[in-house]
Ligand binder design. Structure first.
Ligand SMILES: Nc1ncnc2c1ncn2[C@@H]1O[C@H](COP(=O)(O)OP(=O)(O)OP(=O)(O)O)[C@@H](O)[C@H]1O
Length: 261
C-alpha cells in the first residue's frame, strides 16, 4: 500500500534520513521505534508531504507521491495526527473535529455524514461535543486529535507518539481506538518512544537508528528477541524472560539490514 525507497531528506543542514526503505501493507499496524534523533518523526513528515525528500520514491497504492503537496497527499487518503497539543483549546470539541473536514467543507451533506460517523466511532466526540477542547483530559484530547483526522476517512493514518504524556488508563483507551480503526480497514503507521506499547499494538516493527532502517519484521519477533532489544532498543523492549524467537518467527522477521551501521 505504502512504499518508501531510498528516501534521503533533511532540514538544510545535512541529511537526517539517509536512504530509508519502508513498506506498509494494507490493514497492518507498523510501529517505528528507535533512539531520539533517529529520524522517526522525519519519516512521517516526508510521507505526509510536510518535508520533501531530496532523493528516493514514495508510492501510495502504486502512485508516486514524493513530489505532491500536503493537501494532495491528504486527498489521497493519508492523514497525520501530529504530536500532542494539536487541538485549539478555546474551541469546542465539535469545532475542532470539523476542522479535520476542511477539504470537504463545501459538501455539507458529506461533512454531516462524516461527523456522525466520527461521533459513533469515537464516543467522547459526541459526549463532549460542546465543551471546549481545553477542558478535556489528556487521554480525551488524544482521542479527539485522532477523531479529527477521521473526517477525511483516511486509508492510512500516521501517528506521532500517540502515548506521549498519557496515564496507563488513557493509554489503553487510545490503543483500543487504534485497534478499532485498524479492524475497520485503516492502515496505521506510528512512531513510538514507548517501545513496549508501540510494538505491543503493532503487527509489524521497524527499528531506526541514525537516519536508517536497521531492522524490520513482525512486531512480535522484534519485541521478543532479547538480543535485538539490547542491541537496538537499549534493552527497554520485550519481556526480559521472553523465549528467543523460534526458527519460524526468525525466518518471518526480524531481518537485519545489511547496509552500514
Ligand atoms: N524542524 C527541524 N529543523 C531542523 N532539524 C530538525 C527538525 N526536526 C528534526 N530535526 C533534527 O532531525 C533529526 C531527527 O529528528 P526526528 O524528530 O525525526 O527524530 P526522532 O527519531 O523522531 O526522535 P525524537 O523522538 O527525539 O523526535 C534530529 O537530529 C533533529 O534535531
Amino acid at each position: 500500500m505504502l512504499s518508501l525507497k531510498g528516501i534521503v531528506a533533511g532540514y538544510g543542514g545535512g541529511s537526517v534520513l539517509q536512504g530509508v526503505d519502508l513498506e506498509c501493507a494494507k490493514q497492518t499496524i507498523t510501529c517505528i521505534v528507535g533512539p531520539n534523533g533517529a529520524g522517526k518523526s522525519t519519516v512521517l513528515r516526508v510521507i505526509s508531504g510536510l518535508l520533501r525528500p531530496s532523493e528516493g520514491q514514495i508510492s501510495m497504492d502504486g502512485e508516486a507521491i514524493a513530489d505532491r503537496s500536503p493537501d494532495e497527499i491528504l486527498r489521497r487518503g493519508i492523514t497525520q495526527v501530529p504530536q500532542s497539543h494539536a487541538l485549539f483549546p478555546a474551541m469546542s470539541v465539535r469545532e475542532n473535529v470539523l476542522m479535520g473536514g476542511y477539504l470537504i467543507r463545501r459538501n455539507r451533506a458529506l461533512l454531516r455524514e462524516r461527523l456522525d460517523m466520527v461521533m459513533e466511532r469515537v464516543p467522547v466526540v459526541a459526549a463532549r461535543a460542546h465543551d471546549n477542547a481545553g477542558n478535556l483530559s489528556g487521554g480525551q484530547r488524544r482521542m479527539v486529535e485522532i477523531a479529527r483526522c477521521l473526517m477525511l476517512d483516511p486509508k492510512l493514518i500516521l501517528l506521532d507518539e500517540p502515548s506521549l504524556g498519557l496515564d496507563p488508563r488513557s493509554l489503553s483507551g487510545v490503543a483500543g481506538l487504534i485497534h478499532e480503526l485498524n479492524a475497520a480497514g485503516t492502515t496505521v503507521l506510528l512512531v513510538e518512544q514507548n517501545v513496549r506499547l508501540g510494538l505491543g499494538l503493532a503487527t509489524h516493527g521497524v527499528v531506526m537508528e541514525g537516519g536508517k532502517v536497521r531492522l524490520t519484521g513482525t512486531a512480535a519477533a522484534i519485541k521478543d528477541d532479547p538480543e535485538i532489544a539490547s542491541l537496538y532498543l537499549g534493552g527497554t523492549s520485550g519481556s526480559p524472560t521472553a523465549p528467543r524467537p523460534t526458527a519460524r518467527s526468525k525466518a518471518e522477521g526480524p531481518k537485519t539490514e545489511t547496509t552500514g551501521v
